[in-house]
Design a protein around this ligand. Structure first.
Ligand code: SF4
Length: 545
């Protein structure tokens, strides 16, 4: 019997599939499972497992499933019954943030099944097992953890390679935790992801990694922090072609560091019509020197992107305070960020910016600097989440910082992030004022934002939702500015009449949205608003980086 090479080129795979000569390397059936929590939109496509399934389908019989206890309370028990009945020999769980308890519950059951039957073997991947392997190996020392993107390691494993020869895996051997080294750069070329059925918001991969890789709050995948690679053009073309054939007209690129200079607009246009969204770095737009690939974005490229269907751009601005930018390890200045947003808006794109105004070391002056610039530059209109608070994740440079160590408290394995305290009690007070103002608005805000992101075909609803969204954003920054002023003068936050007038304004705007979504109903409640918006909102779960 001859075996396929571990790394198969796109042409090789396509040719072999056409000839019907693919060799089955494993007789063990593989079940790949994507776990969901409230952090993952229910309509986000299970791309990780779909990508792995595609990469190994010539080696074994593979099936993809999802387990979402948020939308289906019986999801875990139904899944367990399914595995008991179907008797798969291998089960791979994709365990992103938010799914810790679900994963442990399933791993315990699979372990008991294995004791009784000798299978299934369990493979784990995604953020939580990658960064907290000991937590999972403590529950079941026989699981194999595949870190990073994983196609090569999974193929090698299915082809019978012993664990210690696989790249970038973690396992237990004789009571010791073993980590194998990552292999160098490069994106393997396999056929595009299996497109599982369902009403999913589709996701397309045009690159992996980030050319910058130096933000101090960012947890990079294993390997070099600034590794970046473009996906093979043939693979993207085949993927877009398959989506078009399925009738898909709208998708998002999953890239953390989308690069327009790769000819991607022409590819999309050739296979469309599509509309799509991307996440970009300010540096990519504003032409800072120093990226390994040296790519920047010209006006012609922006026009080309718009022409190809790009409509929404997410930008990771984080803060407009100079010293906070340096603390975050970012390179783009406040001026660059403001100019980047203005360039995109001039070209007709919807722009949403990621903000992290609150970190353990932020001072009241830094906060004031950002808030004043947000208001004076008009960037408040684009703020994704006005009260963004830093998540200090395991394995990020900030989690290892000696300066921050005294402020970090407990680590939540579900989020793989540390709780922390503010160094400056005045900032803690301003944060509390913001929280009090925002209290109860989170879900409503997210739903209105999703209507704005996706509601181009309903101009009546879009107009009302946009007006409410802008009101919430403007009020949030005004609340912060008033709180900062009051605290600077020795006060404790907002005056009672200011709070009352802000809340009245908020309620008026929400009532308008409610009336529009409730088709004339005069019942004005937040619950009703949520219910109505749910009917038209499609979550797309994309965030700027
Ligand atoms: S936050 Fe974004 S830009 Fe910064 S290192 Fe991470 S992926 Fe790159």
């Amino acid at each position: 019997m001859s075996w396929l090479p571990v790394q198969l080129s796109y042409e090789q795979a396509a040719h072999l599939a056409e000839q019907g000569t693919l060799v089955t390397a494993s007789s063990r059936r593989l079940l790949l499972v994507q776990l969901y929590s409230s952090l993952q939109p229910a309509d986000a496509e299970p791309l990780s497992v779909a990508t792995l399934a595609s990469a190994v389908q010539d080696l074994t019989e593979v099936e993809v499933r999802t387990v979402n206890p948020v939308t289906d309370p019986r999801a875990v028990s139904d899944f367990v019954a399914f595995v008991r009945r179907e008797r798969h020999e291998l089960v791979g769980l994709s365990v992103p943030q938010g799914t810790y308890d679900t994963a442990l519950e399933i791993i315990e059951v699979l372990r008991a099944l294995r004791s009784a039957r000798g299978h299934p073997e369990v493979l784990l991947g995604h953020a939580l097992p990658t960064h907290l392997p000991e937590r999972f190996l403590g529950v079941d020392p026989d699981v194999l953890i595949i870190r990073g993107w994983g196609e090569n390691a999974l193929r090698a494993y299915l082809s019978g390679q012993p664990r210690h020869r696989l790249a970038d895996v973690v396992f237990m051997e004789r009571g010791e935790l073993v980590r194998t080294p990552a292999r160098p750069d490069g994106q393997p070329v396999y056929p595009p992801p299996l497109r599982v059925g369902g009403d999913y918001f589709r996701r397309v991969e045009a690159s992996r990694g980030c050319q910058f890789g130096r933000c101090t709050f960012c947890t990079r995948p294993p390997g070099r922090a600034d590794q970046w690679s473009a996906t093979a053009r043939e693979r993207i073309a085949a993927d877009l072609s398959a989506l078009a054939a399925m009738g898909v007209r709208r998708f998002t690129f999953t890239d953390e560091d989308f690069q327009p200079g790769t000819g991607i607009a022409a590819l999309v246009r050739d296979h469309g019509p599509f509309t799509y969204t991307v996440s970009m770095r300010v540096d990519t737009l504003m032409g800072r020197k120093g990226d390994r690939q040296g790519m920047t974005t010209s006006e012609a490229e922006l026009a080309d992107l718009y022409d190809s269907g790009l409509r929404q751009v997410y930008l990771g601005v984080e803060t407009l305070s100079g010293s906070q930018i340096r603390r975050f390890g970012k390179r783009a200045t406040a001026d660059h960020s403001i100019s980047a947003v203005r360039r995109l808006v001039r070209r007709g794109f919807d722009v949403e910016i990621g903000l992290i105004l609150f970190d353990p070391l932020v001072t009241l002056e830094e906060l004031a600097e950002s808030v004043d610039l947000m208001l004076s530059s008009g960037l408040w209109r684009h703020a994704g989440a006005p009260f963004g608070k830093l998540r200090i994740q395991v394995d990020s440079p900030m989690a290892r910082s000696r300066r921050l160590a005294p402020m970090l408290t407990t680590m939540d394995p579900n989020m793989m992030a540390y709780s922390w305290d503010y160094a400056d009690p005045r900032v803690a007070r301003a944060w509390q004022v913001g929280l009090d103002w925002w209290n109860g608005l989170d879900q409503v805000y997210q739903l209105i934002r999703n209507v704005v992101r996706t509601g181009r075909d309903r101009p009546d609803l879009l107009r009302v939702a946009t007006s409410a969204l802008l009101m919430l954003r403007a009020s949030s920054f005004q609340v912060l500015r008033l709180a900062i002023e009051s605290i600077r003068q020795g006060g404790s936050g907002l005056e009672a009449d200011t709070v009352t007038s802000l809340i009245e304004r908020r309620e008026r705007a929400l009532s308008a949205v409610n009336a529009a979504f409730g088709e004339g109903s005069d019942r004005v409640t937040t619950g009703r608003l949520v219910e109505e918006i749910h009917k038209v909102a499609m979550k797309d779960g994309t965030d700027g980086c």
